[in-house]
Design a protein around this ligand. Structure first.
Ligand SMILES: Cc1cc2nc3c(=O)[nH]c(=O)nc-3n(C[C@H](O)[C@H](O)[C@H](O)COP(=O)(O)OP(=O)(O)OC[C@H]3O[C@@H](n4cnc5c(N)ncnc54)[C@H](O)[C@@H]3O)c2cc1C
Ligand code: SF4
Length: 569
């Protein structure tokens, strides 16, 4: 459909933001606060802050199958189930049913989605780390992928900016491998984690542990409380939505800020499938969408478009946006659109038990663990693989001493006694960019007649070697710190996607012939279209990526509005 006249006027805004997740929320906040009339288009239903978190107070016994994955769910959530946790009755409320949104796998790909207002900002684990200086030069130094068109210094002020607003609790450490940020009070390590930290410092050169840096408020600022956010209550039910607005999500933070400006229009249930490009004007003029319920097609228009549909979905939209200038998809002269899919590979690490501290316990359910930053190929450490990995983990004291009873008074009594201290650490490894890790559009169509994606990506030799080290170093560190019965693991089954950090499908670069986006996240040849979600990533580092998407988005929005004011858009 092609709308004209008054209807077109009603559907015309200064800017369109596609997607309302972590990065889309930031785009909407920044653009509205800078005075633009912004339309946010979200493909899924609306989830209203607090009242929309249907399971937030429930315990496993409140569900018909005590929180387990029942047979129907196993069929409907066939990819989500592979996480091992997110298809449980108690967690899956905000995850998307794979059966409704099918995709194909040349090789297994665990695509985990949340199609609703807030996207995965409602379910994310909130671990928030800055990239370091070397993360931005690694591609240039070892020749994998292309060089980043920006450096850490370009992003550092934007990290400051987004951390202050989002609220990141963490401990300043002054380590170059893990730059410090604008932190609120750190959560506390428990006694066994403290012990582990000390042992690492004493026994290994250049290895450290710190409390996780996490997007939870521990000292809310006036700006945060004015948005209705409060301190974290240590309930650890975050994956169901937080009634206190204590962790950063679109609903708790960026959406209320954008709404406050009265410049935001949020429209749900609209699946954007194409960017409209005008070959005569040499720029995009809007987007085409289909209503997920009525299947009505509709066009929206704007001077600036931000694609924030998440790495895979933004690339999917761009692949369908063909014109004379962009015959192979928007910004795809390089043939890099949909390639270089990266994720963090995990499920390799170790766990053990330790005696002592039987007189100690801890308060609440801390929604956080500890972090061990990368130490491989750092300083004097040299390996037979490139780059490195960090670990996330925790020590805890489960309730209950061993008993054969599976129900009844004996079991109940055993559960009143604190059990042994255990500790586990699992690696998060960097994936190298590779053109042969890709997604393509197939001839299969979904229920809206839109093309289904096929994934063809796997871990390369570098990742495989790293996974061995991730396990072996975890065993070595736990054993050196005095843990017993240390068990290492390295799950061969786990495939790309499982880290839920997919990225790289429309990489930034220095030249149109080798990348899809320029240094300001503008699409080459469609400079009024910005892509600031994980699609933009040129390499993957080994730290969780969402804080970097936030910083890139705020930086690009600032650039976009300045260019608009200069009449360059
Ligand atoms: C269980 C879990 C744990 C995680 N833990 C961490 C962590 O600890 N740290 C970290 O950094 N990251 C973590 N992540 C990853 C993090 O959630 C993502 O990196 C982040 O949400 C990506 O932001 P985004 O804006 O690109 O996409 P999303 O947050 O996924 O938002 C995309 C939005 O776009 C909408 N959309 C998609 N397609 C279209 C379309 N065609 N038209 C209109 N709208 C569309 C979607 O419905 C969605 O609302 C975790 C994720 C999960 C699920
Ligand atoms: S642990 Fe904190 S952030 Fe998580 S749901 Fe509870 S109050 Fe909210």
């Amino acid at each position: 459909m092609n709308i004209q006249g008054k209807a077109k006027e009603q559907n015309t805004f200064d800017a369109i933001v596609v997607g309302s997740g972590v990065s889309g929320g930031w785009a909407a906040k920044e653009l509205t606060e800078k005075g633009l009339k912004v339309l946010m288009l979200e493909r899924g239903r609306d989830v209203v802050h607090v009242s929309g978190y249907e399971d937030m107070m429930k315990e496993s016994w409140d569900f018909p199958h005590r929180g387990r994955v029942d047979k129907t769910a196993a069929e409907e959530y066939w990819a989500v189930k592979r996480t091992g946790y997110a298809a449980n009755e108690g967690n899956r409320g905000l995850f998307e049913k794979d059966i409704d949104h099918p995709y194909k796998e040349k090789r297994r790909f665990d695509w985990i989605r949340g199609y609703h207002t807030g996207g995965r900002s409602l379910m994310w684990g909130r671990q928030s780390y800055r990239w370091n200086e070397k993360d931005f030069t690694a591609n240039l130094e070892d020749g994998n992928g292309v060089d980043w068109p920006i450096r850490y210094g370009d992003l550092a002020p934007w990290y400051d900016y987004v951390e202050k607003f989002a609220g990141i609790s963490g401990q300043k450490e002054n380590w170059d491998v893990l730059p410090d940020g604008q932190f609120q009070k750190p959560m506390e390590m428990n006694c066994v984690e403290q012990h582990f930290r000390e042992q690492l410092e004493n026994k290994f050169d250049g290895r450290h542990a710190t409390i996780g840096r996490v997007a939870h408020l521990t000292e809310p600022t006036e700006e945060q409380t004015a948005l209705g956010r409060g301190s974290c209550q240590y309930r650890n039910k975050c994956i169901k939505g937080c009634p206190y607005g204590a962790y950063f999500s679109t609903q708790s933070a960026t959406l209320p800020a954008a709404k406050k400006t009265e410049n935001l229009t949020l429209i749900n249930d609209k699946i954007v499938y194409e960017v409209i490009y005008d070959d005569d004007l040499g720029k995009a003029t809007g987007v085409r969408a289909i209503d997920q319920n009525t299947k009505e097609e509709i066009e929206y228009f704007a001077k600036i478009i931000f694609l924030n549909a998440s790495a895979i979905n933004s690339a999917w939209i761009m692949m369908q946006s063909k014109s004379k200038r962009h015959p192979n998809g928007l910004g795809n002269i390089s043939d890099q659109l949909g390639r270089n899919i990266m994720d963090h590979h995990l499920s390799s690490g170790a766990g053990g038990v330790i005696d002592g501290w039987e007189d100690k316990y801890y308060y609440g359910n801390r929604p956080n663990g500890i972090y061990i930053p990368r130490f491989t190929n750092w300083g004097n450490d040299k390996r037979d693989f490139l780059r490195g990995f960090g670990y996330q983990g925790r020590a805890q004291r489960k309730r209950g001493v061993p008993t054969d009873a599976t129900f009844g008074a004996t079991l109940k009594e055993s559960l009143t006694i604190p059990g042994q201290w255990t500790m586990g650490i699992g690696g998060f490894g960097e994936t190298l960019p590779s053109e042969s890790n890709l997604m393509t559009l197939t001839d299969d169509k979904d229920q809206w007649g839109l093309p289904v994606i096929e994934f063809d990506a796997w871990w390369g030799d570098n990742e495989q070697k790293m996974r061995v080290a991730m396990r072996d170093e975890a065993i070595a560190m736990l054993e050196s710190a005095g843990f017993q019965n240390v068990n290492g693991y390295k799950d061969e089954e786990k495939s790309p996607g499982i880290g839920i950090h997919e990225m790289g499908t429309a990489r930034m670069g220095r030249e149109e012939k080798t990348s899809v986006l320029n240094k300001n996240n503008q699409v080459w040849g469609a400079e009024n279209v910005f892509v600031t979600d994980g699609a933009a990533m040129t390499s993957s580092s080994c730290v969780n990526p969402s804080l970097t998407y936030m910083a890139l988005t705020a930086r690009a929005a600032d650039f976009a509005v300045n260019e608009l004011k200069k009449m360059n858009m």
